[in-house]
Ligand binder design. Structure first.
Ligand code: TNX
Length: 548
């Protein structure tokens, strides 16, 4: 299997947990009676001096939440959604969710107008980027942001302030109340991603869209699609038809599989963009290339095509580094993907090249970098690419474990020394395909077992020596699919760990503790039930009785 096997003693300990309890701060003297609960434990008993206010159970935890005691907004048949100019998809997206479960008409109206019994979404000069501000009073819900993207992130917070049944696909009974709050929020990191491996098992456009919606609820903003590997090539490329028709014809276990037409891919990109999620396509190499090598004999150094592969070994295949046709192919593939992808990044893989010599590997990275930048994109690769020459603006995705992987931490440092930024996906923390415990039916365990707390209790800025906060662009949770076939399989491995990684990427480090997160996470259970998400009922999380 991939990577060095970890002894159980190398697994992340439980000592990284933040021990700072949450504080309940009463702002009793203020006229508005706002109660400031930055990191207040949902379970804490307020002291006699402070009013009894339960902190809303939000994931990811916002930078600042102030509750307004005794105030609630109630959504009624007469509520209107007022979407100001430039508010993008935030209004229609919110209306779509609320109409299904409330059965109310909730008309979407443009700009100003009546200010009572409204949910208003408007742009303001006060916030920037993904930051937003949400005010819930007795008469209105007001969401403000500097961009449509910020409004969309704020809509996710508003969803979580409503009862869980708001997520249902059919009409439910209210009342549809929202607690009085003022939320001011912005992300810690710019990149909060998840990866879906559509190569080991193929997932349809509909399945990918479903995953996008679930990720959007936790303010994920990057979808990394692992489009090629030894077992399958999943994107149609003009001029190289057999990559998809032959290379995409099977998968792990040998089932009949599939690929995306360029129209399918564009559809995914648009669907993600409507949720302010950037798609980053990956074409893995120089290893993980068997499906392509099997499709065209001339791509192989000996001009012989290997058979298709349906097992789960890694590192046995390699592009023929010396042949010009390798780079013609990559130029065509990356050029077409660059044109289909509005986002700034192309991921070129680079992991586990065990069948490529170190010299060939460095040659390869030196060749592929200019191909990517020549098509107007920035290069992203797994951390091994740090051993090669990186164009300006490159990003290394750190996948090794924090302990027991000198070569991994070394290449990450080499990448940073060249000016690259790092996205953190340590396998023993962020890999959604690792088993939760010995009894998990799905997944692998080569990087260790990852219970929810292991996924949550780490800081991307202190994980790798020599890689600090300023070098870190963000976090990403990869979902490798050797063992995953159905939506239920995807759900089970991603929930609840994807929200844990999403919070690491969004929330201030000082505001997050495991003891508080587990309580807020528990409140998501009934939401996932309403969304028909097949989540893992971790024994570490105090799920409400109704969630099981
Ligand atoms: C390692 S880590 C891989 C993938 C496997 C995964 C399974 C990395 C960049 N590559 O090829 O699917 O382990 O956990």
């Amino acid at each position: 299997m991939a990577g060095p096997p970890l002894a159980r003693s190398d697994r992340p300990g439980r000592t990284l947990a933040g021990r700072r309890g949450r504080r309940v701060l009463a702002a009793g003297a203020t006229a508005t009676a706002l109660v400031c609960v930055p990191g207040a434990p949902a379970t804490a008993r307020p002291s006699a001096a402070s009013p009894q206010v339960a902190a809303p159970r939000l994931v990811p935890e916002p930078s600042s939440v102030r509750t307004v005691p005794g105030v609630t907004f109630t959504l009624t048949r007469a509520t209107r959604i007022v979407a100001g100019p430039g508010s993008g998809t935030a209004g229609p997206y919110l209306a779509g969710i609320l109409r299904r479960s409330t059965g109310y008409r909730l008309p979407l109206v443009a700009g100003g107008g009546a200010s009572r019994n409204v949910i208003s979404l408007s742009l303001s000069g006060r916030e920037k980027g993904e930051a937003y501000r949400l005010d819930v009073t007795r008469t209105a819900v007001r969401l403000e942001a500097g961009t449509a993207e910020g409004l969309f992130r704020g809509v996710q917070t508003l969803r979580q302030l409503l009862p869980p049944s708001v997520e249902a696909a059919t009409v439910q009974r209210g009342p549809w109340t929202v607690p009085g709050v003022r939320v001011e929020d912005s992300p810690r990191f710019a990149w909060r991603g998840t990866m879906l491996d559509v190569a080991r098992h193929f997932f349809t456009v509909r399945q990918v869209e479903r995953y996008i919606d679930l990720a959007a609820l936790y303010k994920i903003n990057t979808l990394h699609l692992h489009l090629s590997d030894d077992q399958g090539w999943r994107i149609a490329i003009n001029g190289w038809p057999r990559l998809a028709t032959y290379g995409g014809s099977t998968e792990v276990g040998g089932g009949k599989s599939g690929y995306y037409t360029q129209a399918d891919y564009t559809q995914i990109v648009r669907y993600a963009a409507a949720r302010y999620i950037t798609v980053m396509p990956e074409i893995d190499g120089p290893s993980h290339t068997n499906a392509a090598l099997a499709s065209y004999a001339r791509l192989n150094c000996d001009d012989k095509a290997p058979p298709l592969y349906t097992g789960t070994d890694v590192g046995f295949s390699s592009w023929c580094i010396a042949k010009p046709v390798t780079y013609q192919l990559l130029d065509d593939v990356l050029g077409q993907l660059a044109r289909l992808t509005p986002g700034p990044y192309l991921h070129v893989g680079g992991d586990e090249a065990h069948s490529t010599t170190a010299a060939d590997y460095a040659t390869y990275i030196g060749r592929i970098g200019p191909i990517v930048t020549g098509h107007g994109k920035k290069m992203v690769g797994w951390n091994e690419i740090g051993a090669g020459r990186l164009p300006a603006g490159s990003v290394a995705q750190y996948w090794n474990t924090a302990t027991g992987s000198e070569s991994g931490t070394q290449t990450a440092r080499e990448a940073v020394a060249q000016g690259a930024k790092v996205v953190m996906s340590p396998a023993n923390r962020a890999y959604l395909d690792m088993k939760y415990d010995e009894n998990t039916r799905l997944g692998q365990d080569w990087a260790g077992l990852i219970e929810v707390r292991d996924a949550y209790d780490w800081d991307p800025a202190t994980l790798v020596d020599g890689v600090t906060e300023k070098d870190v662009l963000g976090v990403e949770a990869p979902l490798w699919s050797e063992t995953l076939v159905t939506d239920d399989d995807i759900d089970y491995m991603a929930f609840p760990r994807l929200p844990a990684i999403a919070e690491i990427g969004w929330s201030p480090q000082a505001a997050r503790t495991w003891s508080d997160f587990r309580v807020r996470l528990a409140a998501q259970g009934p939401r996932w039930s309403a969304l028909a998400v097949n989540y893992y009922r971790s024994p570490q999380v105090p799920w409400p009785a109704s969630a099981s």
